[in-house]
Every structure is written in structure tokens, then in C-alpha cells.
Design a protein. Sequence first.
Lengths: 423, 629
Amino acid sequence: VNHSADDGPRREAVRVRMYRVGFGDCFLIRIPSEDTERLILVDCGVHTASKGGVPLDEVVERVIADVTDLVGEPRIDVVVATHRHRDHVEGFDNPAWMNVNVDEVWLPWTENPKDPLARRLLSRQSRRAMHLAELSADHNTERWLAIRALANNSLKNAAAMAMLHHGFAGAATRRYLPSSSCGRSASFTTSALPGVTVHVLGPSRDEAIIRDIEPPAGGTYLRTGRGGNALTIQGPNLPFDRFIVPKDDYRERFAHLMLRSEGTVVAASRTDPLAAAAALEQAVNGTSLMLAFEYRGITLVFAGDAQWGTWNAALDDAKRNGILTRADFYKVGHHGSHNATPREFVESCLHGAQFALVPVARTNIPAFSEIPRLLLLEALADPQRCEHVIRSDAPPETAPESVTVSDVWIEVEVVGRPDGGTL
Amino acid sequence: MGEPSSNRRREQDGVAADTVMPARRPLRVYAFDPQLANTLDRIGPGVVTVDVPWEPLKVGPFGARVIVTDFDGGRLDGNKPAARYYEPVDLDDPAIAVQQGLAPSERDPRFHQQMVYAVAMRTLTAFDGALGRRIRPPGGILRLIPHGFRGQNAFYSPEAGAVLFGYFQADEFDPGPNLPGQFVYTCLSHDVAVHEVAHAIVHRIRKWLLQVTNRDVAALHEAIADLTAIFLHFTLPGVVAETVATTRTELGDPTPLVELAQQFGYSTGQRASLRTALDQPDPRRYETETEPHARGAILVAAVFEAFLTVYRRRIADLLRLATGGTGNLPTGALHPDLVTRVAKEASRTAQHVLGMCIRALDYLPTVDVTFPDFLRAVVTSDRDLFPTDGDGLRTAFIDAFRRRGLHPGADEVISLAEASLAWPTVRWADDAQIPSRGRMLVRDVLTLNPRLTWDPGEKDAPLDATEILGTEWNEGELRASLEAFAEQHHGELGLAAPGRTENRIRAEDLVTTFRYDEDGAAHVAFIVQYVQTVNPKDLPDVPSEIVELAVRRASTLIADGSGRPRYVVAKPLPGPGIQLGPAAALRASRLERWVQDIEWRDPLRPFGYSKRGASPLGLDLALLHGAAL
């Protein structure tokens, strides 16, 4: 429609705009096409603990204004929500989206309301999040603040999810990925994105992956709730009432049996709530969509917050490993944290990429100080692996031509490889 | 009469002088758990009377090695925690003693105390017999807390020196044969109690196995605990015979005999027992399985298959006798005499197989144990006592392990022949003998048949050693002499040269074992576990805080009765003066990969928590069991 030639991406380039929400993800991908450029919005949210960053409501307003500028109307071809963590979806809890036309909404298979396994997973995860939120409500130490922040992030985020499932203008198609229709290869094309091949790298439905996102395997930390370690039962019919011996009597009559430290025994049986909260965070991250977009030999990898199960499966599979090896652009997983980007990917796959973008900000949780993991960012920034590693909270002072920095976003232009990008 | 140092009870206790006290104390327990006791489709009796060695007891029960404290840490008063103590049982109360302990009841906590005491004693006794020494629990006494907390869990806590049993309400929607919401007590499960006490004992024998330095370490802890629980089923009166009759001697059929913790499994919505000893052998599972209980189940199934092989071989003649030589059983019920004889073979074989597994613990490396190490330890320890493998027990083990891929690679052994799997015997150049063995011998002889003191919990050794040694017992001196010996021989032990402050060698555990071989001759062996700290510089690719906390060079030294080293089971790592260079480098590279893997999976790692808390390799049995007991 009516954007100037300078403004739009060149035919052979893809642009990725990282909105500077703080500790959260919001990316707009701009893909050239015969008519107006095509737009993909990947996530829109911020963590409750985030410090700094553009307020989320403003970001949403800007995204809608920006897409209207770019394509002449409030319209996004594909909206992707990688997983239901607040720092990825909260922005969708905003009525302004009701005026935006969306062709397709993509969610991980774990969000499919018609899938019984998905429903069970989500209800368990939500119950745990609620339980942890309740437990942490009255405490204000540093550890409890961290627990509350983690629990809040995993709460249902119902309003945002409702927008993704039922909202937006127009009759958007919902895809739950990987869908059975895209077959074993887990790759597909769509008329909404001409010239683009989408590869679904995760989450898979492998038993191993599912075990990571619900107990027992990932569940060593997760048994809270009814009958779990962290919760005590009350109510009538408590057993053994008539056998209770008041403590003073007991000390007098059975001194030889008294515990030296009751506290040690009680503490031993308590699940560490921070461990439980961290494990829940990881379990929900494990449901994260991991996508690669290929357009004219340009490969963009959006890892969401995928965890080791998804990564391992992708790295072990020859085809997916090949896709990862071709990455020209990498959205760094889980805000650059230690265990969301495997060393094997950095050291053995990543080669000749142009950009790695890290959406991150400081938080008011001291325990989060290891995010981003600086060693990881340094390893990524090896010029053989990746030309530019850019943090949303620290844009480069002298930006190269292919990078545009504004107060609200940072945009990069990704081009094809000289060798055509094929292997 | 003089000292109350024998089984004669003092007059002032109200028992006539010179009354000989009983050798055994019969106590009633649930054979499996209350759920099986209350259903008709069980096999064998729901309630059995077991005997445990008699010992003087205080109310609790409180004996020499076990103390039961019924402290309930999970009660609430309104919203506030309100821990409570419950009335303890007096097993010497005549009204209780004459009826072989209280009758099984879910409602009386005193029965629960009686049951955990009885089961813990059975477990300790099984280990004593196989190890050839009297096991003292970590810290001297093991505390059992039958209602420690509310939760679907039970675990041994090294910090509290106690086994904590949880209790919980059965699943509202899927409780199996239990009432939805009914209370389920893990302490009333024979399997759970044996399993947790076995963890405590394994911790006593190999305390470094709480450092999970490879996939097998935690799994082996679980497997030993499960094997003990499974094979103790075979000592339950009446259960084996009835299973033999019902399965027509096919003990490999799924029955409660080969399953673990039925009530726990069903009441938590799993629609099955918690675990089973049966599997379909598949070497890929050992490659891919990481969850410790599931991985441990591979080893459990291998050992159980070895048991079945030998059991079938041992009853083949009985079947031929009973069937005029055909070996084909006729239809209809088996003859009760046949059932009795077959059951006897089953129990005897179960005891042999469990004994082999327990004895192997002494022959394990001190740290970083793997399943192949366990197989090698089984073969070595069994060969020492029974050079002729008459019934093919060892062959059966090797075969069952091979079918599941649980064997060392060609880089470690020449073949899977017994002689190659056994740890190599060593011969030190200077014909060295370990020091202080006379003192060790005296100390440990004295613990074999402990003086039964009238004050339960009082140490029964090495107090008496002074009388024989003529000098006060000094554990520190013994340790120091063994450490000096190791410094002198660090090369042979696979340890690095000790410096002034670094690479310090510690003798962690020193024991004497007394065992009888196939000719009935007594065998004495001295076993010392040496552990050496590692300078983080020697492992540059492992975070230094992990090296300091969790990574050690170590060596198990097994010396024969003359004090000459017979086996050195070393786990070396690179460092100054290391003689086992290639093995050290191999272990270092495996460790590096493992630590990366663990850190990558640890949910707390991104939050910078591991640095402040424990090493991510530290095994927390409570958390581990929260998943699957």
C-alpha cells in the first residue's frame, strides 16, 4: 500500500523488530512480499519483576500503530504466542487487539482445548502456580519475592489467553503446533505468509518431553497441592487425636524419645518452595513453541523459552539440526538464561549468523542476577558464530547500518548468506 | 550372676534371676500393606508374625540401633503448624508381648510404631548376615518417625538421621481399592519401610553415593533399596508357599511377591503398584532412561531375572521327581509337599541373591559408582567366598546384566568372562601390609555379638576394646595411621600426590568383615575407603564450587586377613603424580559432560541459586522420593 520504498524491507531481506518491553518478549517480523509486506508478531508480555522498559500498554499501542503504518491498516498476518508465561502473553490482555485483523494465531499443542492431555497438563500447572502464589502471599523476604514472581508468571493469564483463543478482529485460524496435519517433518507453509516455510522445532509430543512438563520426572520439585509436601491437611476426622500426649507430659515421661531438634525434622519434609517455583517455571517453559522461519534462504530461529528436552530433540534430529545450523538470526531463549541455550548449539551449530537478540532487563529479584548469563552472551558474540549480539536493555552505541534503534524498539535487517544459505 | 552382660535379666526388673531371655521377639505386621490385607484377591496372609532378634527395649520402641519417635510434624491448629507427639508403644508390656505385639490396625499409632520397628530390625538383620558384620546405622542409631509429615512420600534424611514417613489422603477421583480421601500411611507399607531403612544402611556403607556424579549413582541407591524390599518378601511366612501354589511355581508371573508398594501406587491414582521387578530386557533403556527409580528398575529386573534362572534350575529336579520324570505339571492343585519344597528353594535362592547384592556393596568404588561397577563387585565378592559357581549364580547375573546392557565396555575389560569382570588382584612391590589391623580386628570382633546393655542406645562398642587392647580406644589414631599409609602408597591407590594443603587424603570408613566361604572357613577382610579432595585447577571445565563440594578422587582398598592389599577399586582424576592417567582422563571427561548436563537441567540454575545453596549434584532423597518414593 503506501509505505515508501526506503521504509520497507528489501526483497532479499527480512526485518525483525524487538520491542523494548523490559524483561519480556515482543517481536515483530517483517517479511517482504509481492504486495504489502507480511507481519508476524511473536509474543507480547513482560515479567512482573521487570525493572525498566517501555510500559506494556504503550508497547501494545505502538505495535498496533506501527503495523498500521507498515501495511496501511491494523492487520497482522500471524500472531504467535510461544507459551503462556506472563512475560510472553500479558500484552494480549488489552481490548485494543479487538480492532486488529489477524489471519492466524499459533500456539503450542499444549494450549489446544480439544486435546485431553493438554488440558490435564495445563490444569496441573495452573493449580501449582495458584498454590505457590497463595503460599507466598504473606511473605516478603527475598526468597519469597522470587517465589511469588515465578508463581505469578505461571498463573493462568486467562484474559490474555482468551484474546489469543477467541479474540482479534476477523476470523483468525488457530493452529496448535506441531499439528498432526504438518506431518512427521513438522514443517508447513501457509497462504498468510507466501514464500515462507515454517519449521516447528518444538514442543514435541515425545513421552520424554511430556515427562519434563509434568511430574513425575520433572516433578521432583513439583508435588505441592493436596497431599503434597508443602501443604498440610486440616479438617475433621484427623487420625490419632486420642493418642496425643501434651509435649510437657511427653518430655517428662518419654525424655529418651524426644527429638533434639523438631525444626530439623519439619524442615526435612518441606519441599523448598523456591525449587518448586523454579521447576514450575521450567515446566511451563518446556511447553514453549520453538520455530524457524525460512524465507529465500534466510533462516530465523525463535526459541521461545524452550528447555533442554526440546533442544535435545531438535539437536539430535538431522533435519532440525540442519535448520539450526543455517540460523541467520537467533532469538535468544529465556532472556539469555543459563539453561535455555545449549552449549552444543552455540559451539557446534551456530556459524555465520548475523544477529542474536536478547530481550532482557534488570529485575527487582536479586536471585535473577544470573540472567542473562554473560558467559553465554560472550560465547554467542564470537564473530565466527554471530556478528551482532544485541540486548534490548543495552542497544549498541554505534549501530551498524543494518540496525535501527529507537526508544521503543530495536530493528535489525537480516539478509541472505552470500552462499545462498543452503548446505 | 554378675554383670547383666548376657541374656539374663536382672532381678530388680521383676523377672526371676537366671531366667533366660528369649532369642527372638515375635511381632505382628502387615505382610504388604493394609490395602492388600483388606482384599480377597491377595496371595497369602494379609497379616504375618515375624520374629526379630530379641533385645532389651525401652518404650518407643527404643533399642540399640533403632529408635521410634512418633512425632507428627504435619498437624495444624487452625492455620498454624502444631506438631504433636503420640503415645509410644511398650512392646515389653505383658499384655502386648503375649499377643505377639498389637494387632494390626490403621487407627492405632502404637501399632504403626511396632510395625516400623519390626521391619527396620528385619532389614538391619538381613544386611548384618550378608555383610559379615553388625551394621551400625549412621550416627549410631536410626530414628524412625512413622507420621513425620503429611505428604505422598517417605524418605531417609541424613541431616535428621531419621526415616520420615508421610501420610496422606487417597486420591479423590482415582483411589484404587481405597476409600476416596481415606488416610494412607506409608509406614504401614512393608516395602516402603524396608526401602527407606535400606537407604539409610547404604548411606552408612557408601556415604559418597549422595553425590550424584553420573546417571547411575542415585539409581543404584534406589535399586538396592528396592531389591531389599522385593527379596524380603521371600522371608514372609506363608506368602511364598501360597504364591508358588497359585502360580504353579512360575514366580515370574506378576503377583504381589514381585511388586512394590501396592497401596501407595493405587491410592495415588497410578492404577498399579509403585514398581515391579519384572521387565522386558532392552539395552536401549540403559542408554536413555534418566529418572533414578526407572533407571534403578532396570538393575532390579536384571537381578530378579538372575534369581528366576537359578530358582528354576534348582527346582527342576523337584519337578521331575513330582512328575515321573516329565517335568510337566499335571492340571489341578500342586501337592502340598511339592509346594513346601519349592517354596523353600525359592526362599533360599532369594536369600543368596540378596546376599550377593549386599556383599557387593563393600566391593564398590567409594564414589561415582556405575551399574557395571556393581556387576563387577558382585562377581568379585562372590568369587572370593565361593570360587566354584556351582549353581551358576554368577553366570546368571552376568547374563541378565548383559541382556540389559549393564556391563563394562571393551575399554575396561577384555570380555564378560567372570575372571575378566572381577576386579584385578594387586600385588604391591614392597609387600606392604595395612597398619593397625590388629586394632581394627579387635574393635570389630567385639561388635559381632554385642553386649546387650540394659540401657538401649548406649554404645556397645568400642567401649570393650579397651579391656583387650589394654589401652584406650582411639579412632583418630587408627585413622591417622591408615592415612599415612595411603600417602605413602598414593600411586598404587590411584590417588594424587598429597601436598601441604591440597590433595589431602582421608580414610572415610574402616571396617573388618567376617565371612564364611564354601568350605566353611572364616574369611577376614579389611576395607578402607579413601577419599581425596581435588584441586579445581585439575578439572578446569567443571565449576570450582562443584569440584570442592562434590567431586573427589577415591579408592576402596580391600586387604585380606594378612593385611596385604588384594583389590584397589580406584576412581582417579587427573592430578600430580597420578599413575592411572588414561582412566583419570576418561573419568574427567565423563564428569565434565555430566556436570554440563545437570546444570543445564537444574531449574534453579538460572536463578543463580545453586551457587549459594548446595551443589546441584547433591542428592536430596526427599525430593527424589517426592516423585516416586
